[in-house]
Design a protein around this ligand. Structure first.
Ligand SMILES: *Cc1c(COP(=O)(O)O)cnc(C)c1O
Length: 420
């Protein structure tokens, strides 16, 4: 990195939370509220009909006439999320799955090929099965080595998709080399950064074209609202992308991708985030950095405790020295996040063990302020069957943990009593 760039990125980081908490008041709005107002309207009106027509024809910006394509409140959240990821724009959705589905369904057509990591969030893996049924060709690869991705690429490959840290196995793809490969071959590189959040890692650094988040997890962070987003980093040249409809090939080409995702994804598919939910997510973002620092530190302490415990067989966490991607993770990520998994020596004991816990909650969510635990093979990865689980390296006794804001001693004591 050039010295000036390094300086800039450090300055940017120094202001991570300051930028978020002062964002709303910098945007012009009535009455000087420190939070941007919540806009519940579904309809928006204009001073004269010519203005209404001009908005419909895309000639002037104005508010979206109908809130299925967003509201002033969701627009402010989008701008904030684009800023913290270093992107040029964003489109928010009602859920993370809404963001993933809209991105793929608007950018690929029957006959196109995509390469995806075989270590994926279960519902995303299930969504790719749906895409396959619609005539999209899919190759699932072990993305921890760029060579597997390279070998899968064909003339018709449009997108490569990975998650920064896979859930539950915590596999980390060969992020930077896959970014180089996609850039060389003009392939859209889509990175799901839900687990780490923009605070711990910015996929733009590894040349991601689009960054996706389930805002339900790290961003909102308190187990009380659903949301999703896709952010364009500005690195992909949409003029080279064959599937942009002529209607959206207008104006600044850097905006074409997101324009299509917004128009087709929100207008035609309709997984729109409400203003109320956008406001709740905005509140969560204000504490994102301090929550990620605290939960990452606690997760490392707890992972180390489990690793040395005689009744624990294996702990999966990128910040542990024995993790296959430990070195890469230390170079790229500020910390390891709240997610880790582990296996007991006696896998048959895993359900009894979970029942003995008093502080950890038996729940499927992630990134809550409360610590959560779930046996994954029996629940979220049940439907796919044993063979598929094995190929995804999910053992029958694997327990997934999402660390919350509780004091680490309290969590260690709970684990200790349940293990003994
Ligand atoms: C939860 C999650 C999603 C889906 O998000 P929802 O908001 O639950 O729809 C996608 N990717 C990852 C990595 C997730 O953890």
């Amino acid at each position: 990195m050039k010295q000036q760039d390094q300086q800039n990125s450090q300055n940017e980081e120094a202001n991570f939370t300051a930028d978020i908490v002062h964002f709303d008041r910098m945007i012009e709005h009535a009455n000087g509220g420190v939070h941007y107002p919540l806009h519940p309207s579904t309809q928006y009106t204009y001073n004269c009909v010519a203005d209404l027509i001009s908005v419909f024809q895309g000639k002037s910006k104005g508010n979206s006439p109908y809130s299925r394509q967003g509201t002033p409140t969701t627009a402010v959240l989008e701008a904030k999320l684009a800023k913290i990821e270093g992107g040029i724009g964003a489109v928010a959705f009602a859920t993370g799955m809404g963001a993933i589905a809209a991105t793929f369904l608007t950018l690929v057509k029957a006959g196109d090929h995509i390469v995806v990591s075989e270590h994926l969030f279960g519902n995303t893996a299930s969504f790719f099965n749906t895409l396959e049924d619609l005539g999209i060709k899919i190759t699932r690869v072990n993305a921890t080595s760029v060579e597997n991705v390279r070998a899968a690429i064909k003339q018709s490959t449009r997108i490569v998709f990975v998650e920064t840290v896979a859930n539950p196995g915590t596999q980390v793809p060969d992020l930077a080399l896959i970014g180089d490969l996609c850039a060389q071959q003009s392939i859209v590189y889509v990175v799901d950064n839900t687990i780490l959040s923009a605070y711990l890692f910015k996929p733009k650094v590894v040349k991601a074209s689009l960054v996706i988040h389930s805002l339900t997890k790290s961003a909102a962070g308190q187990g009380q609202v659903l949301g999703g987003v896709v952010i364009d980093t500005g690195l992909f040249d949409w003029q080279n992308y064959p599937n942009i409809f002529v209607n959206y090939q207008k104006g600044d080409a850097s905006k074409w991708g997101l324009q299509q995702i917004r128009k087709k994804g929100l207008r035609d598919m309709g997984a729109t985030l409400s203003s109320q939910a956008a406001h709740q997510i905005s509140l969560g973002l204000e504490t994102l950095a301090i929550r990620m620092q605290r939960t990452s530190a606690t997760a490392l302490t707890v992972a180390r405790f489990l690793q040395q415990h005689p009744k624990v067989a294996k702990v999966y966490y990128p910040m542990l020295e024995n993790h296959p991607a430990h070195q890469q993770s230390c170079e790229l990520f500020k910390a390891g996040s709240w997610l880790f998994s582990f296996e007991l020596v006696d896998a048959d004991q895993c359900l009894d063990f979970v029942d003995k816990l008093k502080v950890f909650i038996k729940a499927t969510g992630l990134g809550d302020t409360r610590s959560l635990i779930i046996p994954v093979a029996h629940t979220i990865f049940w439907e796919m069957g044993a063979k598929k689980r094995q190929s995804m390296q999910i053992s029958d006794g694997m327990l997934r943990v999402s660390i919350g804001l509780e004091e680490s001693d309290c969590l260690l004591a709970d684990l200790q009593q349940a293990l003994s």
